[in-house]
Design a protein around this ligand. Structure first.
Ligand code: PMP
Length: 459
């Protein structure tokens, strides 16, 4: 295996690119070169692949995106939680570059290599639970979900899949059927896969239920509508991502796991958005004392290179027959080398604590805003996975009517001023913050000033 960690004192390609960690707007947004590229794109890229902010990015480092017109954006999206340890992180770039020169592809299922094994060892060590674990590596989050379901069905010999209200699991045929929102993910793309059941979730801000009561409601649904005897797996995001960063009530997840264990159901944590140090723990399940049977990771696992994994109890993972799992690019050596560097950097630089620092700073700034803008109904999340849910003015204490259009106006205002924020939420009324762990306090404070102005501009 290549020694993937270059000493931090060595000259790095990323540092040489000189991306000052500051916001800078020098043209209209989008600028003229972005407009030109956009016109070319419209001719050759289908409209189904849309872009939140059509500024074309030329370089990125740390927490800053630089577009082709020289504008610099403070990035609170990190490619939807992918460049968790920062854009063009030096260690990731060095490890991937070295690996590119050694071996780029063999296909692990033909002739294997050490990097795949090392990633599986690191996942076994860092996912919750102390039992023997194994991992299969794939290319995308949705592919990890598909494989988790395959493995659970093979292990149990059962057919049904359960998910929760407000879930998001991907855009493949199976995962489209597992999402809560049909539009835009599934509209017109059917027929969808069958045997997918959607149970009520825990959404404390809106249901007011304790973890025990919410779990009882979920379990009652599973028992009545599906029946445990036919249920292969229950797939749950410990903090729901696209749905709006719902943090379940205390005790909810362990109660569901206990029911699954008693009933021979495989419980799967979709940690694709919440995992890999984002919430101040390696995996968000840890916040809730949940030790899932299988854990799905992707996004932040390889510093921006495409890699995903299903990790879980060895006896469940081993139920798939030889040749039943895999794929041409799954566990690519370059992506694996990058992933090893991500794990090493999280440890070496104490990045779990950085997620907590970012979460505390952001949350206190958001609380100050909430004291002034009554449309901020809820602030929730852990570490560098925080969101605010917006409601109609005057309804925060009563009906909590989802605010229909504040979020797009806030994100548009912020983008014009050099800050990239993402939306989320079943009702489209959630502003989510998924910064990289390279986000400095100064950049957070700067972005909060822009957000303050954005809220003022709504009036
Ligand atoms: N699960 C969750 C929780 C996600 O957030 C996502 C991506 N947003 C996916 C699955 C699908 O991952 P991918 O886009 O890599 O297929």
């Amino acid at each position: 295996m290549t020694d993937s960690l270059a000493p931090s004192s060595s000259p790095s390609p990323a540092a040489a690119r000189n991306v000052p960690q500051e916001r800078r707007i020098v043209t209209a947004i989008p600028g003229p070169r972005s407009e030109e590229l956009h016109a070319r794109r419209l001719a050759v890229v289908p409209v189904g692949v849309s872009s939140v902010l059509p500024v074309y990015i030329e370089r990125a480092h740390g927490a800053i995106l630089v577009d082709v017109d020289g504008n610099q954006f403070v990035d609170f999206g990190a490619g939807i939680g992918v460049t968790t340890i920062g854009h063009t992180d030096e260690n990731v770039v060095a490890a991937a570059t070295a690996q590119l020169q050694d071996v780029v592809h063999t296909l692990f299922t033909i002739t294997p290599y050490e990097e795949y094994v090392r990633v599986a060892e690191l996942l076994a060590e860092h996912t919750p639970g102390t039992w023997a674990k194994k991992s299969v590596l794939v290319n995308s989050g949705a592919e990890a979900v598909e494989n988790g379901v395959k493995i659970a069905r093979k292990h149990t010999g059962r057919r049904a899949i359960a998910v929760l209200d407000h879930a998001y699991h991907g855009r493949t045929n199976l995962t489209m059927a597992m999402n809560y929102k049909a539009a835009p993910y599934a509209t017109g793309f059917g027929p969808l896969a069958g045997d997918v059941y959607r149970a009520p979730s825990s959404y404390p801000y809106r249901d007011g239920l304790s973890g025990a009561d919410a779990a009882a409601r979920t379990i009652a649904y599973l028992e009545k509508v599906v029946g445990a005897a036919d249920l292969a797996c229950l797939v749950v995001e410990p903090i729901q991502g696209e749905g709006g960063f719902m943090v379940p009530a205390g005790g909810y997840l362990p109660a569901l796991q206990a029911w699954c264990t008693e009933n021979g159901v495989v419980m799967i944590a979709d940690e694709i958005q919440s995992g890999m140090a984002r919430t101040g723990r390696y995996f968000a399940s840890e916040h809730f004392g949940w030790e899932p049977d299988l854990v799905l990771s992707a996004k932040g696992i390889a510093g921006g290179l495409p890699l995903a994994a299903v990790t879980g109890r060895a006896e469940i993972m081993d139920s798939a027959q030889p040749g039943g799992l895999g794929g041409t690019f799954g566990g690519n050596p370059v992506a694996c080398a990058a992933s090893i560097a991500v794990f090493e950097t999280i440890e070496r630089d104490g990045l779990l604590a950085e997620a907590d620092r970012i979460g505390a700073r952001l949350r206190s700034g958001l609380e100050r805003l909430a004291a002034r803008f009554d449309i901020i109904g809820d602030i929730r999340g852990h570490g560098a996975m925080i969101a605010i849910e917006l409601v109609e003015s005057g309804t925060a204490a009563t009906s909590k009517l989802p605010h229909p259009d504040a979020v797009p106006r806030l994100t548009a205002f912020a983008a014009q001023h050099g800050v990239l924020f993402l939306s989320a939420g079943t009702f489209g009324n959630v502003l989510r913050f998924l910064p990289s762990l390279a986000m400095t306090d100064e950049l957070i404070d700067d972005a909060l000033v822009v957000l303050d102005d954005a809220f003022s501009s709504l009036a």
